[in-house]
Design a protein around this ligand. Structure first.
Ligand code: SAM
Length: 240
């Protein structure tokens, strides 16, 4: 998968993506990241990339042309069809289902805003999709882009050493939260490991994990249960 980052600070995203699973995905050539800085496409002595908003008011707005030229350069760098995503608090909230969908695209171009954001005409003309990473405002789209890069990179085939671990994560196939996990040491002042996990009885372990997932989801994120893929046995447990 190829991801192009259009940003005033593309190195910021590259740095975030240099470690752990995402760094390894790049080493394994499962992911390639490319930065495009609109300032390189700005003209004039000051290479301006922003200007005051029409209508007055505080803050600055990112200019159309340097961004558009950077976007076009990114598009032209590879023949594969690119989906252009603008990271913005006004976008659709990013979910694991959306991450899965985007992870299947061969190419994404991520547009990161700064200041008050981007001239609306550029968004209307060039952007395929607007995504938000949550209901709060960041100073720039780079952290949001890094979040998206991380989430799609770990889903590339071969990025995780054990692909099954992703399938068991929260929000995945069944739409529930993950169960709790424990590891060594068995004895610890902070508490006991649930007996069932030591039983070697795989059916009981699977049942316990399912109950924990259901219970956690019910307590912490009951909204997820409406959409979750629940079987009869799950419903019986929840209604008990
Ligand atoms: N004036 C904009 C608004 O209220 O919708 C906020 C602009 S914000 C200070 C600057 C940039 O940060 C945005 O253009 C966007 O790229 C990015 N950004 C901020 N919060 C974000 C979020 N929750 N999700 C994704 N991107 C965000």
């Amino acid at each position: 998968m190829r991801i192009d980052i259009v940003s005033l600070f593309p190195e910021f995203v590259a740095q975030c993506a240099a470690f752990g699973v995402v760094g390894r995905a790049q080493e394994r050539a499962l992911l390639s990241l490319h930065g495009w800085n609109p300032r390189d496409y700005a003209t004039g002595n000051y290479r301006r990339v922003d200007d005051r908003p029409f209508g007055g008011g505080p803050g600055m707005v990112m200019l159309i042309d340097p961004l558009r030229d950077a976007l076009n350069a990114a598009r032209a760098a590879d023949p594969a069809d690119a989906r252009v995503v603008y990271l913005t608090p006004q976008g659709t909230r990013l979910t694991q289902a959306k991450v899965r969908e985007l992870a299947a695209h061969p190419r994404l171009v991520l547009l990161c805003g700064r200041y008050e954001g981007v001239d609306e005409r550029l968004i209307e003309a060039e952007v395929d999709e607007e995504l938000s990473i949550g209901d709060y405002v960041l100073s720039g789209g780079e952290l949001a882009a890094a979040v998206l890069v991380d989430a799609v990179a770990r889903l590339q085939e071969g990025a995780l050493n054990d692909a099954e671990s992703a399938a068991q994560d929260s929000f995945e196939s069944d739409g529930l939260l993950d169960c709790p996990h424990y590891t060594r040491p068995l004895e610890h002042p902070l508490g006991q490991v649930p007996e069932v996990l030591l039983s070697g009885n795989h059916a009981q372990i699977a049942r316990w994990r399912r109950m924990e997932s259901l219970g956690r989801t019910w307590l912490r994120r009951p909204d997820l249960l409406d959409e979750a893929a629940l079987g009869k046995a799950d419903r019986a447990l929840l209604e008990a």
